[in-house]
Design a protein around this ligand. Structure first.
Ligand SMILES: Cc1cc2nc3c(=O)[nH]c(=O)nc-3n(C[C@H](O)[C@H](O)[C@H](O)COP(=O)(O)OP(=O)(O)OC[C@H]3O[C@@H](n4cnc5c(N)ncnc54)[C@H](O)[C@@H]3O)c2cc1C
Length: 277
């Protein structure tokens, strides 16, 4: 049970969704878009999310697209993680989303919902940060196509009333060697202690991490150090750990020191698999 009532809307087009948002916002109803709706239920129950108007984006056709061209993959934000696993078109994404939550929850949780989530792990974003994907956004100012690394800083920086519609990824990244490892402290499913994803493109390793800080990230500075073949792997990893974004999480999943210990070992695994000798 949610401790508040809200009106429910299910627009059929992007334009309708955005017009609804603007009109409900003007009426002071604090409208919220949603896809899988799991956050409305989990966070609404504990007073961390409130709305008087929920706009369900599931009927929007553009958000259900899975389209492969010769050189690009386009994925709609309303695809559930299960659907992405079954389609198995982007192996790094398949491996990463297969580790999110449990099978039942993955049937509800969507790509867009995970990337735009308030719950900060947002693990599904890691493969897109690594691939330098583009995001297609629709909002009151129209449609924009933006590099994800220009707009995802700890979270996807959307303008008011803007929605994530699709993600576009070059096939070069989709076909590149990859690795994704999730370490948990508790149970077989659930939130990560650390999730690390890596991709090797043009003989350079890229890495992105969730669970270390209260936001997922890819750091070009960290990658620069990890790819410096002038020094030993041990030294590279040591230096990379010194310049990680802050703060390092220190919570029930694990202390900051333990997370850094686990991360160090995971970095060795990533570099051994992706071949940065
Ligand atoms: C049981 C369980 C286990 C979980 N385990 C993990 C885990 O292991 N790793 C992990 O990363 N996460 C995990 N989560 C968190 C989950 O992935 C997020 O809560 C995610 O938001 C859920 O997706 P959804 O489709 O239900 O999103 P929704 O609840 O529909 O939306 C989430 C947020 O995104 C916004 N939003 C949704 N779609 C759009 C859009 N297209 N454009 C703009 N904004 C949008 C909504 O306004 C809302 O604020 C777990 C959640 C549950 C319930």
């Amino acid at each position: 049970m949610l401790p508040f009532d809200f009106d429910y809307y299910k627009p059929a087009t992007l334009q309708e969704a955005i017009e609804l948002y603007l009109s409900l916002h003007q009426q002071g109803k604090q409208p919220k878009f949603f896809l899988g709706g799991t956050e409305l239920i989990t966070l609404g129950r504990i007073d961390l999310l409130y709305t008087e108007a929920a706009i369900d984006l599931k009927n929007i056709p553009e958000a259900h697209v899975i389209h492969v061209t010769d050189n690009q993959l386009i994925l709609g934000s309303a695809l559930t993680l299960t659907k992405i696993e079954e389609a198995n078109i982007y192996p790094l994404l398949t491996k990463t989303v297969r580790e999110v939550a449990d099978h039942t929850a993955r049937g509800k949780i969507t790509l867009g919902g995970n990337i735009c989530a308030q719950i900060f792990y947002r693990e599904a974003v890691l493969p897109f940060l690594l691939a330098d994907s583009q995001v297609i956004l629709a909002g009151p100012e129209g449609i924009r196509n933006v590099p994800i690394n220009d707009i995802f800083h700890e979270e996807l920086k959307l303008n008011p009333g803007e929605v994530l519609v699709q993600l576009v990824t070059d096939m070069q990244a989709i076909e590149a060697p990859y690795i994704s490892i999730k370490r948990r402290q508790q149970w077989e499913t659930g939130y990560p202690l650390i999730t690390i994803a890596g991709l090797a493109i043009n003989n350079r390793i890229r890495i992105a991490i969730s669970g270390l800080c209260p936001f997922p990230f890819r750091s070009l500075e960290v990658e620069g150090l990890l790819n410096n073949r002038q020094i030993s792997m041990e030294e590279r990893i040591g230096k990379a750990i010194e310049i990680l974004p802050q703060p390092i999480l220190d919570d029930v999943e694990g202390s900051a020191d333990y997370r850094l210990f686990v991360l160090k070992h995971l970095m060795f695994d990533v570099m051994n698999v992706l071949g940065s000798g």
